[in-house]
Structure formats: structure tokens, C-alpha cells
Design a protein around this ligand. Structure first.
Ligand code: SF4
Length: 915
């Protein structure tokens, strides 16, 4: 393999593979099908208004074209700073995702003999019946298991009002913290990395850095397929600014590495070693910005025996899964881990800090930190990390040296970008932190053209899941359920009694799914998510949905794989059939109005939650409740307190959480600001009320004055606004946080002002030496984090690595994009990308059907050996959009033990020709 891969796609191949539109954006070719689609709509009696793309975290602005009550086209918004008129091939088809033939238009309930039966078949029912059964089942479980027995799996695809509404419903109404979004599965490691390093979530930089950088490091990142418009900006920078170097650090060659200046193929998990090598070089070459580091940073480390986040019991595992489960508890150190952790080769390390203590950390000296990176010499890392057997050690070593030269060149602006490759990682938090280390040591962070930038996978993973706090441990604006002052502030803004909120961290996505299996959780509502397809090791969880005693609800616009596993399916309104706001990956909050009505009886998610809330009384949920793990193993009754606040004893959760009273009463419908528009939620409620506006403006109160400041609903909705980067202070957005020239919250003496985790004990690389918590206000942490091997590695039986990911044409599980004929034709099925020699060794060639088997399951796919993902020997790759292939039935459910995010990139598999 050569270091610089020329573009190998011929135009014919590109069209056939469906890459035409995305690649065209980068390369200046005309976009055929997609462009034609948008062009057809030009001024043909169409009304255009602003919108936001439904798909990736890039957050492209759209112009949405409607005619005769239908969205007939979308095109890139030329005024949107994110995409400046561009879209990728998915973006052009935002209209068509609303109109698939099997769009859900009526609630469907499993019934037998005229009533709900878990073993029955789906039958259409009225909303009345759907809610009656749903409320009945929810309260049955609630009475049996209390708040710990009910759950919601939400989404980074929620609008901001939806996430806020859901979080308030379950945390404030049901007093359960068992809500977690699918953002857990793509961003949780980034979130913990932000918390531990800066004390506050979300990136400091913004997308304009692409045009200001000289070096872009792509850590396990393939933006050509996952963030195509950002990739078009990156390649434009490369073509128009000669010094630009793009470096792809990856486990295989892909569409982004094809255009990179330097591609380093490494073995899974050894990115940890490469990052440590760069840190070692920064120190060795003395290019550390000592002034910046001494003023604004503190060195830190944590335990290394933290486990791998599999279940802590084998009670539910199948026989084949047990050896990996055993290995996660007692790790026998190989040569590399022993050197990295300062231990003996072959030593067996009990994973004593698995679980809660995994995230503990303590301050260390610079000398200790320096010692931690000493093992990572260029020879050590070459031997450990070289990922392509065909490449010589000399070539790999030369590439590492070239990378170090670029990183250590003080004259260059340098950006790091990453997404799932770093986050979906058994040491994802560590890897996030090592990348920050590089930028903090260089003093190149939070500045124009310089910074470490964690990209977001979903359109509102930041805005809805993270900022709103739709996680099991969070409250709005970076507050935490475990913090009494944070709960009190939340109770005050929500106008609910003090003591209502549950102080115990709830269940994360994997814990909810495991809870469904072991019956500790019996009620699950999946909202805007297809988690039965997207979760790893998913046959466990789909089987669990059929367990007697459980009740599973899905609200979605199509009968997804998850919907078919449910007991009740609720037909949801689509993207442009409701008012919404998203927050993209650069802290940009963007809004759009409802432009069309949902088909049939489909309704907004906000309406569904509000209607269900009308059927539950505070008397059922605000009394004394059993709950293990809180003082006295019970939540106190807050009914007396509620009465003192003027809340009637027979009030419903709708009355106390959502009704148009207090501050919410100001959001009226019709709203004079939006004449001639519809409001699906308010109209279905039958109230002169604008719920999305009320919810957003209430949520905004959490953000103002604490570094998360948002503008009001009408500002974002105004025609002229193309989103604002928060914090928005005095009407001005903040392009760079932690930078005194831009961020009103940043002060020279307290640059990294994030308040979380700022106090820690003191110690050395072996552990804590002084338990006293010492505060480090205003400082970012630079973490010593060693190389660690994945829990499962190829062996004699399962002899290949399996990595999974996304492709350009399909969004996540394909539930929307597979219903767009053009996208479906471009990529009709998931392929198994293999090295041609690996295929040949197994008697296969391109196009043959292969069977992929792991300890967790088996799937089938056609072999591809020539284009797109070019695999080194020993590794295979599949996308997860195809529910027929269902690669996630094969993927291990190990997680990062600190973030609880699954690792989809490292399953040991065997492949054979399918018979
Ligand atoms: S999928 Fe992402 S890159 Fe493509 S148009 Fe939508 S937001 Fe932009």
C-alpha cells in the first residue's frame, strides 16, 4: 500500500456504488440523481422555507419545498454557514423519507380475542385504546417494580422539545432516571472525555476551523461517508490551501484515506499507543507550551484495571459467550500491556475497578506523566500498532515519524477530528482524553484553526440528548441527578415539589436492555430510535421483548425492526410535520417550523407523551416509593408538599408537567408570530397552546447564566436565523469557548471554567497517595492513559476482526433511507468487505455469499474485495443499516467501562462461504 492513495473510483463505479453525490461534492463533479431531484422542483409553484437535515450531526441547513400539503423537495440552504448550499446525497432526499409506502398511520396493538395479548398479532386500534392499554401496563409495572422497573430509550434524533418533554415525563413525573438516548451508543465516551478534561460537555471549536487549519488529523474517522459535507469542506481546504495535510489514522483504507496525504493503518485499540507516542514526541522535542500548561492545566491519571463493561454475571449468557465474560474479570497482561502499565508480562490483573470506580482519577506530577509515555518509542509502537501485514515496519515507522513532524511543527495550525472510531471503543474515554492531551500540551486548543474536535453522529445528539440531559445521569445544562443542588434547581424550574427527583443514577441503554432480559425492567418505550437493530449482541434483547410480563412500546414513522418486536406501535409525525429545533456538533442550535401535516392518525411524540401523562395521577407516582440504593431504600412522598404548592391531589402528570399554566401559558396558539401555520401538537391536544415553544422556553431557563445560554424560541425560528453557537450572550454567539477573545465566560485566571470534577485527590502512576480532595478551578486535565488490549482478540477459531460502521447512502439503521428508492438502489444491501487474500483463503471471491459467525451470533452478506472499504489481512467490515443482514447480532456487547458506550469495532469472528 502506498501512503498516498490516488482516487481510484471511476465515474461509472461511483455511480454504481452510489458514492457519486458525496464524492462529487469533494471533487467538483456534477451531482446527477440528487441534483436532478432538487432541480426538478425549482419554482414550480413550490413554497420554500428553512429547515435542517434529518440525518447526521453535521447539521446542514436546508430549503424545504412544499406544494399541495406535501414536502416535494429539499435543497442545501445557501445561507446556512454549515453547508453553504451543499448537501450530501442523503440530504437531497429529506423529502422522500416522509413518504415511504409503509408509513405508519394508526396505532397497532398486539391482540387476541379482542384484547391486548403479548402473543397476539398487531391490529389497528384507536389512540384511546392504545393509551388506555399503555397507561394500564405502565402502572401495572410501576406498582410491581416502582420507578426502577420502567424506562425510555430515547434519541439523538429527538427534537429539543421532545427530549425535554421525555426527560421531564420520566424524571419529574415517574421519578425514574431510566431514560437514556441512543447517543449513549455514539457519543458517551466523548461526553465523559469532556467532563473529565474540561468539567463541561461539548466542543470548544467550530466548523470554520476547517478553513483555518493546516493539518487535519482524522482519528478513526471517515467523514467522506459519515460527515460528507464536512469532508467536502476539508477537501476544498486541501485543494485551495497547498500546505494542508490530511492524515487518516484508521484500521483500514476507506473513502477519506483515499484523499489523505498520510494514511496510517493500525491494529484495533493501538490508537492508544499512537497517541501516547505523539505525546512522548511532543515532550521529547520540547514543543510543549509550558506557559499555557502551567497556567491552565493539571496532570492526572486513573485506575487501569477497569474491566470491559460486559454483564457482571454469566447467568444470561450463552455458552460461547462465557470465555470472553471470564476474561473481562481477570486480564493476563501481554507484552504490550505489561510495558504500558509498568507490570510483568503474564501477570494476571483482577479488574478491581470495574464499574463505578472506573472513572476515578487523581492528580499526578508532570514527571509522573512523562514517565507514563516513556514506553511508547517509535520502535515499540511500530511493532505493536502496524495494522497492515503487507506494509514494512520501516514504512510504518517512517509514517509515524512524519506524523510526529507534523504534530510537533509549531508553525502549523492543527485540528483533530474523531467520531465513532474513537468513541465506540473499550477505552473510548481514554482515547478522547489522549487527543486532548496532544492539543493541550501544544497549547493548540480552542483557537481559530487549532483544536481537538469531537464530531457528532446524530442530528441533535448534542442539542437534545446532551444539552437537554436525556441521559440516565443528567439533568438539563450539564447538571447531574446525583447532585442535590442540581435537583433542587430542576424542581424549582419545573415547579414540582422539592424531593420529587430521584437521586439515583438510572440505567444506561445497555443496562435497560439487560434489565429487560433479566426482568428488572418490565416497561420500555423506544422513542425515535431503532435500538433493537442498533444495539450490539441484539438477539438477547429482541428475545427479551417477548418475555411474558414485559410491555414494549415503539413510536416511529415506519414499522422498524424494533417496532416489530414491540407490543404497541405508535405512529409518529415526521421531521417537517412538527415544530422542531436541533443542536448540531458545533453547538449550533437551529430551528424549523412545521410545514405539512402528518398522514392519517400519526401524531407528534410530544403529543403522545402529554396524552399519556393525562392518564397518570400524581397520587400514583409522588407518594412514598420503594427504591433500592437511595437513603432508606425509598423515595419520600411529596404529596403534602405538592398540596402546599397548590397542586390538587387528583392532578395528573399533564397538569403538573405540561399544562399551559404559569410561564407556559405565554405560549399561545394561534401565535401571532406564525400566521397561516399549523401546530400539530396543540391542535391535537385541543388547546390554544403551542407546546413546543412552551417547552423550549422553559428549558432555556436552565441554560442562561451558566455557560450554556440559549436564545429564545422565536429568535431561532426567525427567517433570518441560521442557527447560533451557544453560549448566546447579549444576542451574540460564541465561536470559541475557553478563549478570552471570544467567550464571555472565559477569564485568563479561569480559562477552563467547566465546574464538574474539578477536585481530586493526589497520587502517582500506581494510585492515590493523599485522599484529600484538592480543587483545580479553571484548569483542564492532561491524563496519563496507557495502551490496553481489547477484551476479545482473534484466535485460532474466531480468527478475524469485525468492525462495523456507516456508509454514505444510509442513515444509521436505514429505517428512513432504505425507503428512498434512489438511495436503496445505490446501496441495496450491506456487504462484507474483506481482504481479497482472506477471501481466497476461504474459497471465496467478490460477490459470493459469506457467513460471519462470532460468539454472539451469525449473519450473512455478499463479499466485496475491491472498492470502498479496503481491508488489511485479518479484518472484515460491515455496515449496520441493513436489517436483513443484521450485523449487530454478531457484535460483542463490551462497553467502555467509564462511559458505558458499546464498542462496535472489535469483535472476533470467523468467516466461511455460505452454503
Ligand atoms: S446527512 Fe449530514 S452531511 Fe448530509 S446533508 Fe444531512 S447533515 Fe449534511
Amino acid at each position: 500500500m502506498t501512503q498516498q492513495q490516488p482516487l481510484r473510483f471511476q465515474r461509472r463505479d461511483m455511480i454504481r456504488s452510489g458514492l457519486a453525490a458525496g464524492a462529487a461534492l469533494s471533487l467538483g463533479f456534477p451531482v446527477t440523481a440528487a441534483e436532478t431531484e432538487a432541480a426538478k422542483a425549482v419554482d414550480d409553484g413550490i413554497t420554500w422555507q428553512k429547515g435542517v437535515c434529518r440525518f447526521c450531526g453535521t447539521g446542514c441547513g436546508l430549503q424545504v419545498g412544499t406544494r399541495d400539503g406535501r414536502v416535494v423537495a429539499t435543497k442545501g440552504d445557501p445561507d446556512a454557514p454549515v453547508n453553504r448550499g451543499l448537501n450530501c446525497v442523503k440530504g437531497y432526499f429529506n423529502a422522500k423519507i416522509l413518504y415511504g409506502k409503509d408509513r405508519l398511520t394508526k396505532p397497532l396493538l398486539r391482540k387476541k380475542n379482542g384484547k391486548f395479548d403479548k402473543t397476539g398479532r398487531f391490529e389497528p386500534v384507536s389512540w384511546e385504546e392504545a393509551f388506555d392499554v399503555m397507561a394500564g401496563e405502565l402502572m401495572r409495572v410501576y406498582r410491581e417494580k416502582g420507578p426502577a422497573g420502567v424506562s425510555i430509550i430515547g434519541s439523538g434524533q429527538y427534537t429539543i422539545p421532545e427530549a425535554y418533554c421525555a426527560s421531564k415525563f420520566i424524571k419529574g413525573g415517574l421519578r425514574s432516571n431510566n431514560i437514556d438516548p441512543n447517543a449513549r451508543m455514539c457519543m458517551a465516551s466523548a461526553v465523559v472525555g469532556f467532563y473529565q478534561t474540561f468539567g463541561v460537555d461539548e466542543p470548544a471549536n467550530n466548523y470554520e476551523d476547517i478553513e483555518k487549519s493546516d493539518v487535519m488529523l482524522l482519528w478513526g474517522n471517515n467523514p467522506a461517508e459519515a460527515h460528507p459535507v464536512l469532508w467536502s469542506r476539508m477537501t476544498n481546504r486541501k485543494l485551495t490551501h497547498k500546505p494542508t495535510k490530511i492524515v487518516s489514522l484508521t484500521t483500514h483504507l476507506h473513502s477519506s484515506s483515499n484523499l489523505s496525504d498520510l494514511t496510517i493503518v493500525f491494529k484495533p485499540n493501538t490508537d492508544l499507543a499512537i497517541a501516547n507516542f505523539l505525546i512522548r514526541e511532543i515532550i521529547r522535542r520540547d514543543v510543549v507550551d509550558h506557559d499555557f500548561v502551567s497556567k491552565h492545566c493539571v496532570f492526572s491519571t486513573g485506575p487501569t484495571d477497569i474491566g470491559y463493561g460486559l454483564r457482571n454475571t454469566d447467568k444470561w449468557s450463552r455458552p460461547a459467550e462465557r470465555d470472553t465474560l471470564e476474561r473481562q474479570l481477570r486480564v493476563k497482561l501481554d507484552r504490550w500491556e505489561a510495558a504500558a502499565q509498568g507490570k510483568k508480562v503474564g501477570e494476571v490483573v483482577e479488574q478491581k475497578n470495574a464499574g463505578g470506580p472506573a472513572g476515578n482519577h487523581w492528580a499526578i506530577t508532570f514527571e509522573d506523566f512523562k514517565r507514563s509515555v516513556e514506553p511508547y518509542t517509535i520502535d515499540f509502537v511500530t511493532e505493536l500498532a502496524k495494522g497492515d501485514q503487507e506494509e514494512s515496519a520501516d514504512t510504518f515507522r517512517r509514517k509515524l515519524a512524519e506524523l510526529a513532524d507534523l504534530v510537533c511543527d509549531r508553525t502549523r495550525n492543527i485540528m483533530s477530528y474523531w467520531c465513532m472510531g474513537v468513541n465506540q471503543h473499550q477505552r473510548g474515554v481514554w482515547m478522547n482524553e489522549l487527543i486532548y492531551d496532544i492539543h493541550l500540551l501544544l497549547g493548540k486548543h480552542a483557537q481559530p484553526g487549532n483544536g481537538a474536535f469531537s464530531l457528532t453522529g446524530q442530528p441533535s445528539a448534542c442539542g437534545s440528548a446532551r444539552e437537554v440531559g436525556a441521559f440516565c445521569h443528567r439533568l438539563p445544562a450539564d447538571m447531574l441527578v446525583a447532585n442535590e443542588a442540581h435537583r433542587e434547581k430542576t424542581e424549582k424550574i419545573w415547579s414540582i415539589p422539592k424531593g420529587t427527583l430521584n437521586p439515583k443514577v438510572g440505567a444506561s441503554v445497555m443496562e435497560i436492555l439487560r434489565g429487560l432480559e433479566d426482568s428488572s425492567i418490565d416497561f420500555l418505550w423506544m422513542q425515535v430510535v431503532n435500538v433493537m437493530q442498533s444495539a450490539p449482541n441484539n438477539t438477547h434483547w429482541t428475545e427479551a421483548t417477548r418475555r411474558p410480563g414485559s410491555f414494549v412500546v415503539v413510536s416511529d414513522i415506519y414499522p422498524t425492526y424494533s417496532a416489530r418486536a414491540a407490543d404497541l406501535i405508535l405512529p409518529a409525525a415526521g421531521h417537517f410535520e412538527k415544530w422542531g429545533l436541533y443542536g448540531n456538533g458545533e453547538r449550533r442550535t437551529q430551528a424549523w417550523p412545521q410545514v405539512v401535516k402528518a398522514p392519517g392518525e400519526a401524531r407528534t411524540d410530544v403529543w403522545m407523551m402529554m396524552e399519556l401523562a393525562k392518564r397518570i395521577r400524581i397520587a400514583d407516582t409522588w407518594g412514598e416509593l420503594p427504591l433500592k440504593g437511595v437513603p432508606g431504600d425509598k423515595l419520600p412522598s411529596v404529596l403534602d408538599e405538592a398540596q402546599k404548592m397548590g397542586i390538587k391531589p387528583d392532578a395528573t402528570l399533564f397538569d403538573v408537567l405540561y399544562a399551559p399554566t404559569g410561564g407556559r401559558a405565554e405560549a399561545v396558539w394561534p401565535d401571532p408570530k406564525y400566521p397561516n401555520r399549523s401546530n400539530a401538537t396543540g391542535e391535537a391536544l385541543g388547546l390554544a397552546y403551542f407546546p413546543e415553544k412552551a417547552l423550549f422556553n422553559e428549558y432555556r431557563q436552565f441554560t442562561v447564566g451558566n455557560g450554556h445560554d440559549l436564545a429564545d424560541f422565536d429568535t431561532y425560528q426567525s427567517d433570518a436565523c441560521r442557527g447560533l453557537l451557544w453560549p448566546v450572550v447579549d444576542g451574540k454567539e460564541t465561536p470559541y469557548r475557553f478563549n478570552t477573545a471570544f467567550d464571555p465566560y472565559a477569564k485568563e485566571e479561569k480559562l477552563f471554567y467547566g465546574p464538574l470534577m474539578k477536585a481530586m485527590p493526589t497520587g502517582n502512576l500506581s494510585g492515590v497517595t493523599d485522599k484529600e480532595q484538592k480543587a483545580y478551578p479553571g484548569r483542564a486535565k492532561i491524563f496519563a492513559r496507557p495502551y490496553a488490549a481489547p477484551v476479545e482478540q482473534p484466535d485460532a477459531e474466531y480468527d478475524l476482526w469485525l468492525t462495523t460502521g456507516r456508509i454514505l447512502e444510509h442513515w444509521h439503521t436505514g429505517s428512513m433511507t432504505r425507503r428512498v428508492p434512489e438511495l436503496h438502489r445505490a446501496a441495496p444491501e450491506a456487504l462484507l468487505y474483506m481482504n481479497p487474500q482472506d477471501a481466497e483463503k476461504r474459497g471465496m471471491k467478490r460477490g459470493d455469499l459469506a457467513e460471519v459467525t462470532s460468539r454472539y451470533g451469525t449473519c450473512r452478506a455478499k463479499v466485496e474485495t475491491q472498492v470502498r472499504q479496503k481491508m488489511p489481512k485479518g479484518s472484515v467490515w460491515m455496515a449496520f443499516f441493513d436489517e436483513r443482514a443484521m450485523v449487530n447480532s454478531v457484535v460483542i456487547d463490551a462497553t467502555d467501562p467509564i462511559s458505558l458506550e458499546p464498542d462496535y469495532k472489535k469483535t472476533a469472528v470467523k468467516v466461511r462461504k455460505a452454503s
